[in-house]
Design a protein around this ligand. Structure first.
Ligand code: CAA
Length: 381
């Protein structure tokens, strides 16, 4: 498998890296400190076509493809991880609407997402249904030309900023549980947004609960057919997990760069600590693991770009990148010592920001379930 980037992908990498370094990175600490949604960053991403990278210009997108998208997420994450997750979820939602939506749904929502009119929300998780996504309890009951939604969703990224949220709900229990997906717009009667969560990291990203209390959604807002909602959610997450892999690689790369710069400057025992083997080994291990993570993540993105199955590869990339990224950020804090533990340096933020990558869009444990199931299925053929 060849990972040489095309001319266009290299241009996108250069453009996003320069934007992220010059405009996003200088504000990242303030955004974190104030738990401020990076509105202006999202606007800038929209202007550059980076919020609709996975669907065509006909619907307002830039159709740059999964590999270019992955690179863009990585570059943004290295500067401001909160912005990167807002960007990633918006792209994921847009792609799902493009793949599973009607022409009318595409026309209605995709230009709005790509132009930054609003972000995209993905309403799957509930208070009692996280890893067991099939266990959701939110209901959608057909009544004439509408569905009436009741229930609640939690930890919804972009939830209060979304111009459209994919909400997954139970539409039948008999003869077997049937889950469907709906496109829900803000302002509907019976749809309310909870207060922002006070988080450990990604403090600039918008994370809220959503409540549905007899909320009427038109039947034409069903995404896909009745009963296809779980499959749609899982397919969206397959792609989403590639984005989170690259987010983790980006955050960890920033931490590693900060650790290298510090190790060359910081003197102890009359010499830069970079000259000590203990520090060199930490740097070497982190760099090796991040390269391996990135190769796994590129493999998943390249398979997706070619239209080949990539569920297992996305889960492998996600579990490895998020865990290796966490290890790299821990090492960076260790290398900076006391300075790594205070807010004057960025590495403690990187460590707080990267933690959730082993949790959201499927925990590390769930990624291993997905990988193992596929291995066992293959073995039993
Ligand atoms: N693509 C398409 N269809 C899929 C699929 C995939 N990747 N994975 C499963 N399906 C289909 C199956 O084929 C099956 O269909 P049939 O009934 O027609 O056979 C159906 O979905 C049920 O599949 P499973 O039997 O595998 O379902 P399960 O209940 O045993 O568990 C799971 C599946 C992998 C554990 C799943 O529940 C899961 O991924 N859990 C984690 C949830 C998650 O990632 N949540 C993240 C929240 S969103 C988020 O974090 C975003 C954010 O804000 C940043």
């Amino acid at each position: 498998m060849c990972f040489d980037l095309t001319e266009e992908q290299l241009q996108i990498e250069e453009m996003v890296r320069s934007l992220a370094r010059n405009e996003f990175a200088p504000k990242a600490a303030e955004i974190d400190e104030a738990s401020r949604y990076p509105e202006e960053n999202m606007r800038k991403l929209a202007e550059l076509g980076l919020l609709g990278m996975l669907y065509p210009a006909e619907y307002g997108g830039s159709e740059a493809g999964p590999v270019a998208y992955a690179i863009a997420v990585r570059e943004v994450a290295a500067a401001c991880a909160s912005t990167a997750v807002g960007m990633a979820v918006t792209n994921m939602v847009g792609e799902a609407i493009f793949r599973f939506g009607t022409v009318e749904q595409r026309r209605k929502y995709l230009p709005a997402l790509a132009s930054g009119k609003g972000a995209g929300g993905f309403g799957l998780t509930e208070p009692s249904a996280g890893s067991d996504a099939f266990g959701i309890a939110t209901t959608a009951v057909r009544e004439g030309d509408s569905y009436i939604l009741n229930g609640s969703k939690v930890f919804i990224t972009n939830g209060s900023r979304a111009c459209v949220t994919i909400v997954v709900a139970v539409t039948a229990r008999e003869p077997k549980k049937e889950i469907s997906a709906f496109l829900v717009e803000p302002g509907l009667r019976g749809f309310s947004v909870g207060k922002p969560e006070h988080k450990m990291g990604l403090r600039g990203s918008d994370t809220v609960s959503l409540s549905f209390d007899d909320c009427r959604v038109a039947t034409e807002n069903m995404l896909g057919a009745a009963g296809e909602g779980f499959r749609i959610a899982m397919a969206a997450l397959d792609g989403g997990r590639i984005g989170i892999s690259f987010q983790a690689v980006g955050i960890a790369r920033a931490a590693l760069e900060a650790a290298i710069a510090y190790a060359k400057e910081r003197k102890q025992f009359d010499r830069p600590i970079a000259e000590f083997q203990a520090i060199q080994w930490m740097l070497a291990d982190a760099a090796t693991e991040l390269d391996a993570a990135q190769l796994l993540a590129f493999r998943a993105a390249a398979l997706k770009e070619k239209g080949k199955p990539f569920t297992r590869e996305a889960s492998m990339a996600k579990v490895f990148s998020s865990e290796a990224g966490n290890r790299a950020c821990h090492k960076a804090v260790q290398i900076l010592g006391g300075y790594g533990y205070i807010r004057d340096y960025p590495v403690e933020r990187h460590l707080r920001d990267i933690k959730v990558s082993t949790i959201y869009e499927g925990t590390s444990e769930i990624q291993r379930v997905v990988i193992a199931r596929e291995l066992l299925r293959r073995a039993s053929r």
